[in-house]
Design a protein around this ligand. Sequence first.
Ligand SMILES: [Zn+2]
Length: 257
Amino acid sequence: MTTVVSDAPPAAGAIATEADARLHLAAVYRLLAHYGMDDTIFTHASVRVPGESDTFLINPYGLLFGEITPSSLVKMSYDGELRGPSNYPANAAGYVIHSAVLQARPEISCAVHTHTRAGIALSCLEEGLLPLNQFALEFHGKVGYHDYEGVALDMDEQERLGRDLGAHPVLILRNHGLLTVGHTPAAAFYLMYYLEQAARVQMDVLATGRPYRLPPEAVARHTAGQFSTSTDPTRTGLRMWPAMLRLLDETQPGWRN
Ligand SMILES: [Zn+2]
């Protein structure tokens, strides 16, 4: 029997214009809210503005993630200046974290940061993310760790954030939360969604107090190599992104405004 598998990903997550960047970043915020990964008005996701070397978009500080639309996103420079009119300021810690990682990693366009219960719990564990299940194995060998320094308001923390992220798609902010970066908003959301699932499963397993079994290291490495995060990170998340946009169209009328 011949099985035909298409490797061509849809281009639905591609970003060519500022309008694209605004639409897909707004989708990230709405999806974080939909899946219970928001933290009232706090935490943040960002995307570079195409064609501009020194600007990025971030949430208007004061809106719930479920209220954010493409037009409400705030444009900032890497120097911390607001560009263009906005009824809201930007979050200072968001500026420090996102300008740090976007400048440290020129090839990525989007960063997502969360404060979920499972993500913060995981960030408090000495051992960090364990290669415990298939969700976690995608990230095996691809996780950086950043020690807690207080609320991220000091500009000199930027160098250490970039250093600790290194070339990884994932940074666990110890005692604080999770951060992912991707070539597209679709990628950064996909990585965060599955990192969150891995964190939830790990905390559930540890809560049982029962002995747990890890796959052999060779199997863990093999599995990590099977995901697009290893084979072609530019495609990460693109397969599921059209379905995510359909979900928003069906459940959150007006999100594209
Ligand atoms: Zn935070």
